[in-house]
Design a protein around this ligand. Structure first.
Ligand code: ADP
Length: 235
């Protein structure tokens, strides 16, 4: 379903050319969940932004088969502060389809009900906890009925209690059968949800394999020590 071929994006600064994503190739099947793991600066965000078409690659390519609707959520994609939860969900779809407002509202209510956030319908973002905001942002990404979800460290600014509520929601999305690329530092979460793990280092793919062999029979000592390190920190 997702095919990435020799994807490369380098950032050029004044003095040096910083590495973003270099010669990255991998494939993901429909319904698979890929945990994207790697040290800070290894290119995880850049990769997801390229696939979300928020950045343009220098070379290489990717394709999504017949699936074209891509949902993307990151820490930076915050809610509009002057709109309540329902309006946050409906604004973009309504602008695109002004004649369809009733159906759009209905879809938003359906999603909020399904994921237990219906009581916040008229709540404004500043009245929500960080975890609730991120859950609304995740639900908002479902309004376009995406085939693929790209989630970039959606829990990175949350404390552990709120993190759990967001990870639980991502579990529910996994159960719904979405194909997902999920950037995460949470090893136990990755173990519980991922079919495959993509490990990046300095823009390169250092490992890409099924999650069970990645975690249980990892041979690479650098990856092993990184995983031990982040499990200690985040789990
Ligand atoms: P990660 O998500 O794994 O932390 P990023 O994709 O954010 O990694 O960054 C990869 C590398 O690209 C880092 O060295 C980072 O400093 C650099 N980088 C990211 N965005 C930019 C940018 N807009 N301009 C210049 N360098 C960038």
């Amino acid at each position: 379903m997702i095919k990435v071929n020799h994807l490369t994006k380098r950032y050029s600064n004044f003095e040096n050319s910083e590495e973003g994503v270099i010669d990255v190739s991998f494939e993901v099947k429909k319904g698979e969940i890929v945990a994207v793991i790697g040290p800070s600066g290894s290119g995880k965000s850049t990769l997801l932004k390229l696939l979300a078409r928020l950045k343009k690659q220098d070379s290489g390519s990717y394709s999504f088969g017949d699936e074209t609707k891509i949902g993307y959520v990151s820490q930076e994609y915050t809610l509009w502060p002057h709109l309540n939860v329902l309006e946050n969900l409906t604004l973009a779809p309504e602008l695109k389809n002004p004649n369809n407002k009733t159906a759009i509202k209905k879809e938003a209510m359906k999603l909020l009900n399904k994921f237990g956030l219906e009581k916040y319908l008229e709540t404004y973002p500043h009245e929500l906890s960080g975890g609730q905001k991120q859950r609304v942002a995740l639900i908002r990404s479902l309004m376009i009925k995406p085939d693929i979800l790209l989630l970039d460290e959606v829990t990175s600014s949350l404390d552990p209690e709120l993190t759990k509520s967001v990870l639980d929601l991502i579990h529910k999305l996994a159960d719904e059968g979405y194909t997902m690329l999920v950037v995460t530092h949470h090893v136990s979460f990755a173990k519980s949800i991922a079919d495959k793990v993509l490990f990046l280092k300095k823009g390169h793919v250092l490992d890409y394999k099924d999650a069970k062999s990645f975690f249980e029979s990892q041979k690479n000592s650098e990856i092993k020590s990184f995983i031990a390190d982040i499990s200690h920190k985040y789990d």
